[in-house]
Design a protein around this ligand. Structure first.
Ligand code: NAP
Length: 210
């Protein structure tokens, strides 16, 4: 399969690239700087450009079968409202439509309205993750753009990403209320790749954790 990963240098995206290569897929990434391009593992096709630039996104998508959008603003960002992820997702959706590519898996966040355990939403976020709410607000807009599209999309609502080897078991809960507080990047990547390869969790948001 020809797989595109946006956000390929981030903690989550780099694991998605590694999982794609491990499974024998042809992987293409978009890099907005030479430093980011240099981080691509051997065998990965690198397109230079910005995720908000339709022409660069179109070049990246050329010939693709499926897309993983793992873009972010760098950790929790600066705590201010930021439309980058939903705006880039809109560009990706429009260019996927133009290229007749239908499968899109997007990184989203545990804690969107209606998701996440009570302790997470009411205690951990207000007390210990005060920069998270603008990230969640942006993902609400992103998920609405996915729902408005006709694509075969999946929004994977992630808890804290951890480094380390895959544990091999992933709890999945549509509401995210029965899932835990962390997942390894490797397990999250495997969940995304399994969802693509097995055409599962179509047109829905789903919570995951270890
Ligand atoms: N990390 C976590 O614990 C966690 C938990 C839950 C959900 N998430 C979500 O997962 C997503 C990724 O988070 P992350 O921590 O793995 O990554 P991150 O550190 O936020 O990295 C963001 C990625 O997006 C790329 N990027 C940013 N702006 C770009 C632009 N204008 N054009 C092209 N590429 C651009 C970056 O490339 P450069 O190399 O150019 O910077 C990088 O590859 C986010 O949406 C985040 O909210 C993360």
């Amino acid at each position: 399969m020809k797989l595109v990963v946006f956000g390929s240098t981030g903690m989550g995206g780099s694991a998605a690239v590694a999982a794609g290569l491990e499974r024998g897929h042809d992987v293409t990434v978009l890099a907005r700087s030479q430093a980011s391009a240099d981080k691509a593992p051997p065998g990965v096709r690198v397109v230079r450009g910005d995720a908000l630039d339709p022409a660069a996104v179109a070049r990246t998508l050329d010939g693709a079968d499926a897309v993983i959008q793992y873009l972010g603003v760098g950790g929790l960002g600066d705590g201010k409202p930021n439309d980058f992820v939903p705006d880039a997702t809109r560009v990706i959706i429009e260019e996927m439509r133009a290229h007749r590519i239908e499968r899109l898996v997007c990184a989203s966040n545990m804690g969107l309205p209606g998701s996440g355990a009570f302790l997470f939403r009411r205690v951990l976020v207000p007390l210990f993750a005060r920069r998270l709410p603008p990230i969640l607000d942006a993902k609400v807009v992103m998920e609405a753009r996915l729902a408005d599209s006709e694509l075969a999309w999946t929004a994977v609502r992630l808890p804290a990403l951890k480094a380390g080897a895959a544990k091999g078991t992933v709890k999945v809960d549509p509401t995210g209320r029965a899932t835990g507080y962390a997942i390894t990047c490797a397990d999250a990547a495997d969940f995304m790749l399994d969802s693509i390869e097995q055409r599962r969790h179509l047109r829905t948001a789903v919570g995951v954790s270890n």
